[in-house]
Ligand binder design. Structure first.
Ligand code: 4AD
Ligand code: MG
Length: 531
């Protein structure tokens, strides 16, 4: 990157931040610019990009609501303003005033003809350049990385999802509750608890607000929690965070089937809102929305039994067999790799021919970088597919699903699928047994398509105090910590159900991210606590 600040700059450029900015001045935001065509507006934000020519500077301004091109010339502004504009570097903060012109070719369909420019804060040697950076570097720079276009779009989608979640439950008459974060007991197994010191007593960071949610549902009828949740597994997979946000509705007088209706209505509402309100953001991150659209139809529901038959290839889905379709995909992927290798070799040969124009060299080089990126993805598939085939063939009835099993199953569908009635041994202590077949607990997992797997876990709750007591013993949980929970069954016990959605898992799928770490502003995961 060109260093734009040097000792011969005018003195006002050496200020770190301008202190006499008139903050009472009325300003506009970029997202509303199209309503101001033909008017003069003031915008405040940061320099996302800049190009300059003789007597002209083009600034891409971002203000958090969007991006727009601002053109600075001596005629419309002043020579002073042009000088400032030409010396701006990435992420300088500025205030500009200018006329809004309609221009279909520009982002947002408008362009600003700048009449006045104020430098607010300088930015020298911004560490995130336009070139590619490694993921660990970007995570170390997360406080700045959040300003990048792609991260900006993801966070805006996350915000839309959060709003849509509250909107859905509030409209449906649920009461939002805040469950405690310090807890005395485990909810989802003792192996993933973060222990803290609570005035000399051990306490744990909440793994789930569910048990408290059940108490509140008996007071309010229908509730939902939306809070931070902690899991201490030393897992480095692409879907595990140590700290994440979970939404946990709990409903009195609901069984597993009404619970599944609720999950489906809820998820579809959220997906619809993202499709309606985040068109630009989805485009920015290159999300093909066809699977989100096909997720607006009924989600397939199947028992664990049926899901296992499908995974093992003993039952087809719409004529497609899990194992043979994976084998076909493996062959296709191998062919694709050969094609890519051939194209890379071809372009490299072209680059070696003498007398190539600069434009042609750039063109081939860019293509090669793209092809090599595609190649890494394909090579990853080539490593994964044989594992998926093996784990599907060898799946042992009675086990919980692993990531591979979820992938094998969900790739046969173009919407989330719901799997219910799980072997009770592999699920949490609080789930009710299927009254018609005691081997199964009435849990439900919602598995997202496109290889994303579990986004929701839930189920109908055990109402029988003796059955629960027995389960607490079996799971070797401290009985005294659960006495209050057992009270819920002693005093007016009713059928009830609920579920937990991991916000980041949903954001990751909706945005089709490679890793959950990009779905949360400051990820906390095994090996990362900073920044
Ligand atoms: O399946 P889980 O463990 O279920 C519960 O905690 C229940 N108490 C929920 C309920 O019935 N009220 O977690 C629920 C969801 C998962 O499906 C997943 O989306 C998310 O929480 N989740 C995680 N997300 C990111 N990182 C992790 N380590 C996660 N663990 C669970
Ligand atoms: Mg689960």
């Amino acid at each position: 990157m060109k260093i734009l600040f040097s000792f011969h700059l005018p003195h006002y450029l050496c200020n770190q931040v301008m202190t006499h900015l008139d903050l009472s001045k009325s300003t506009t935001s970029i997202e509303h610019l199209s309503k101001h065509v033909g008017q003069s507006v003031t915008l405040r934000g940061w320099v996302a990009n800049k190009r300059e020519g003789k007597g002209i500077a083009f600034i891409i301004l971002r203000d958090g609501t969007g991006f727009c091109q601002c053109v600075v010339t001596e005629e419309n502004a002043s020579s002073n303003d042009l000088e400032i504009a030409q010396s701006l570097s990435l992420e300088c903060s500025i205030e500009i005033t200018g006329n809004v012109l309609a221009d279909e070719k520009q982002i947002g369909g408008v362009e600003i003809q700048v009449t006045n420019l104020i430098l607010v804060g300088t930015s020298e040697n911004y560490p995130i350049a336009k070139k590619e950076h490694g993921i660990e570097f970007l995570l170390d720079q997360r406080h700045l990385w959040l300003r990048s276009t792609r991260q900006w779009a993801i966070m805006r989608i996350r915000n839309t999802i959060t709003f849509a979640i509250h909107e859905y439950f509030q409209k449906e008459g649920f009461v939002q509750m805040d469950a405690p974060i310090f807890t005395g007991n485990a909810c989802e197994g003792t192996s993933t608890l973060f222990e803290t010191d609570f005035y000399g007593q051990p306490a744990y960071l909440s793994q789930s607000g569910q048990l408290y949610g059940e108490a509140m549902a008996m007071a309010m009828g229908k509730i939902y929690t939306f809070g931070p949740t902690f899991r201490a597994e030393k897992s480095k997979t692409r879907r595990h965070l140590s700290e994440f946000w979970m939404i946990e509705p709990e409903m009195a007088f609901y069984d597993i089937f009404k619970n599944m209706d609720c999950i489906e209505g809820f998820l579809q509402h959220v997906i619809k809102r993202v499709l309606e309100n985040c068109k630009h953001e989805l485009e920015t991150i290159g999300r093909d929305t066809s699977v989100l659209e096909s997720s607006l139809k009924t989600f397939p529901r199947m028992t664990y039994d049926q899901a296992v038959r499908i995974i093992k290839g003993d039952e087809n889905v719409n004529g497609v067999n899990s194992i043979t379709s994976l084998e076909e995909e493996l062959a296709k992927t191998q062919a694709k790799l050969q094609e890519i290798d051939a194209e890379i070799a071809d372009r490299e040969a072209k680059l070696a021919t003498p007398g190539l124009k600069k434009g042609e060299i750039n063109f081939h080089q860019t293509k090669i970088i793209q092809l090599k990126q595609d190649k890494t993805d394909i090579e990853e598939d080539l490593r994964n597919i044989p594992q998926w085939i093996a784990s599907a063939k060898n799946f042992e009835y009675g086990n919980d699903f692993g990531g591979s099993d979820e992938t094998v199953l969900t790739r046969l569908f173009d919407s989330p699928v719901m799997v219910y009635d799980w072997p009770h041994e592999v699920k949490a202590f609080y789930l009710k047994r299927n009254p018609d077949d005691e081997r199964f607990a009435r849990g439900v997992d919602v598995l997202a398509p496109e290889g994303y797997g579990e986004i929701v876990g839930g189920g109908e709750r055990e109402t029988d105090v003796n059955m629960l007591t027995q389960k607490i013993h079996e799971h070797q949980l401290p009985m005294e910590e659960f006495e209050w929970y057992l009270d819920l069954r002693r005093f007016g016990s009713v059928p009830h159900a609920g579920f937990g959605l991991g916000l980041e898992r949903l954001v990751t799928w909706i945005c089709k991210l490679k890793h959950v770490r990009e779905s949360i502003p400051f990820p906390r995961m095994y090996g990362r606590i900073k920044p």
